[in-house]
Design a protein around this ligand. Structure first.
Ligand SMILES: O=C(O)C1=C[C@@H](OP(=O)(O)O)[C@@H](O)[C@H](O)C1
Ligand SMILES: C=C(OP(=O)(O)O)C(=O)O
Length: 429
């Protein structure tokens, strides 16, 4: 898709209040756990975006009942676990959570479940997880390639037990095994060996949600997570707003010297986007959280930052764009794994920021960005929602930024373009 979208530029510093759609990561975990639970449950205020609709479709194709309840915005999702006794085909799209979280539970189905996705999805890492699944007793047919397309031949039960995995490419390998593990005969005891696991808050999110479902999880040792076998209790989840998708909206305050408030910010959360409070403070913003309202007041000039983003890699594109608008150098480190995200985000950011005049050095595990004069032009997005966020952030301070394929934001945010235009220009959506 080559459509070019003129990124809106505010005329004055903004003063806005923004409400965001739900979290992708929380919604897709809630759906998986509801589908393998011991009774019906409700996922309240779910995110309805490409990634979560693909997850719902995957679980429905296995046999799960997922219905819209009456209510605003399409209502909630009522999830009814049912027998998984058929063959199915799962479209992973470009959703890491679908490609990683569904195969371990598909091992519990009686049937062959095929997996494929977008062209780039065939390049995203999953091989280590498929090997671990095979070690746990799941029959995986991937022709030894360790990538999409592959099939899980479920026999209805999985032995489980202890497994060793290198999860340095993605925390989702660990989350995926833990989410299914309670339903395996011997539970699952996952031990990581290799370079450090990225995105640890997302594993904490998995562990916390499993405990909410009454599942016993031992995470007392580093790099080891043990899930006890047993039932997964049915629990209703209320989904928090997506704090990583708050990044461009908070950047709107940060980059314009304006003020943006995001509503319903949780007081405590496992979402990595909560780190934005500290990161934006380091960049010179005033940040306050009062009664669930997170307000960012941007400074006259943004400061550069030196940050290890290993735990919060998905924030890198938005932060890199802000760094390109800062008046001192930045170093973003520890994110080699984001080369395996929706696109190689390090190369993509270096290329696209550089195309608009930024002074960027690409390193194996991150980017260095020095102040320089930026200019308009086309910002390519590589089918990556967060690259589109980076493009619109640059467009806040630079005339004539054209963002390619703004619709790619639908991966995690329904009608982002309207929400963004409204936030930048004012008025109601
Ligand atoms: O479990 C999750 O919901 C996620 C984990 C992280 O993946 P990686 O560990 O592959 O970075 C994150 O980047 C992704 O957006 C969502
Ligand atoms: C890495 C991301 O997504 P996924 O869940 O597809 O891995 C992301 O949303 O930044």
């Amino acid at each position: 898709m080559n459509e070019l979208w003129p990124a809106p530029r505010p005329l004055d510093p903004v003063d806005r209040v923004v409400s965001l759609p739900g979290s992708k990561s929380l919604t897709n975990r809630a759906l998986v756990l509801a589908a393998i639970a011991d009774g019906p449950s409700v996922v309240r205020r779910p995110l309805r975006s490409r990634d979560t609709l693909l997850m719902a479709a995957a679980l429905t194709s296995l046999g799960t009942g997922i219905e819209d309840t009456a209510g605003p915005g399409g209502g909630d999702w009522a999830v009814t676990p049912q027998a998984w006794d058929r063959d199915a085909d799962v479209d992973c799209g470009l959703a890491g959570t679908v490609m990683r979280f569904v195969p371990p539970v598909a091992g519990l189905a009686r049937g062959t479940v095929g997996f494929d996705g977008d062209p780039h999805m065939r390049l995203r890492p999953v091989g280590q997880m498929l090997t671990a699944l095979a070690d746990l007793g799941v029959h995986v047919d991937d022709d030894g390639r360790g990538a999409l397309p592959f099939a899980v031949r479920g026999s209805g039960t999985v032995s489980g037990g202890t497994v060793t995995i290198d999860a340095s490419a993605s925390s989702q390998f660990v989350s995926a095994l833990l989410l299914a593990g309670a339903r395996y005969e011997h539970g699952v005891d996952v031990r990581h060996v290799g370079k450090p696991v990225p995105s640890l808050p997302h594993i904490e999110m998995t562990v916390q949600m499993l405990r909410q479902h009454g599942v016993g999880v031992d995470d007392s040792d580093a790099d080891r997570w043990a899930v006890a076998p047993g039932p997964v209790a049915a629990v209703d989840h209320a989904i928090e707003p997506d704090l990583s998708n708050a990044a461009p909206f908070l950047a709107l305050g940060a980059a314009t010297g304006g003020r943006v408030t995001v509503t319903d910010w949780p007081a405590t959360t496992t979402q990595p986007g909560d780190e934005l409070r500290e990161i934006l403070t380091l960049m010179g913003c005033e940040v306050s959280l009062v009664d669930g309202d997170l307000t960012v007041q941007g400074p006259a000039r943004l400061s550069g930052v030196d940050l290890d983003l290993h735990d919060v890699g998905e924030l890198t594109p938005a932060i890199a764009a802000l760094c390109a608008l800062a008046d001192s150098p930045s170093h973003l480190r520890g994110v080699a794994h984001i080369r395996g995200h929706e696109t190689d985000r390090i190369t993509a950011l270096a290329t696209e920021l550089g195309r608009l005049g930024a002074d960027v050095t690409e390193r194996e595990d991150g980017l260095s960005i020095r102040p320089s004069a930026l200019h308009g032009g086309t910002f390519h997005t590589y089918a990556d929602h967060r690259m589109a966020h980076a493009g619109v952030i640059l467009g806040l301070a630079v005339d004539d930024v054209l963002v390619e394929d703004i619709a790619t934001t639908a991966k995690t945010f329904p009608d982002f373009a309207t929400a963004w235009s409204t936030a930048v220009r004012g008025g109601s959506a």
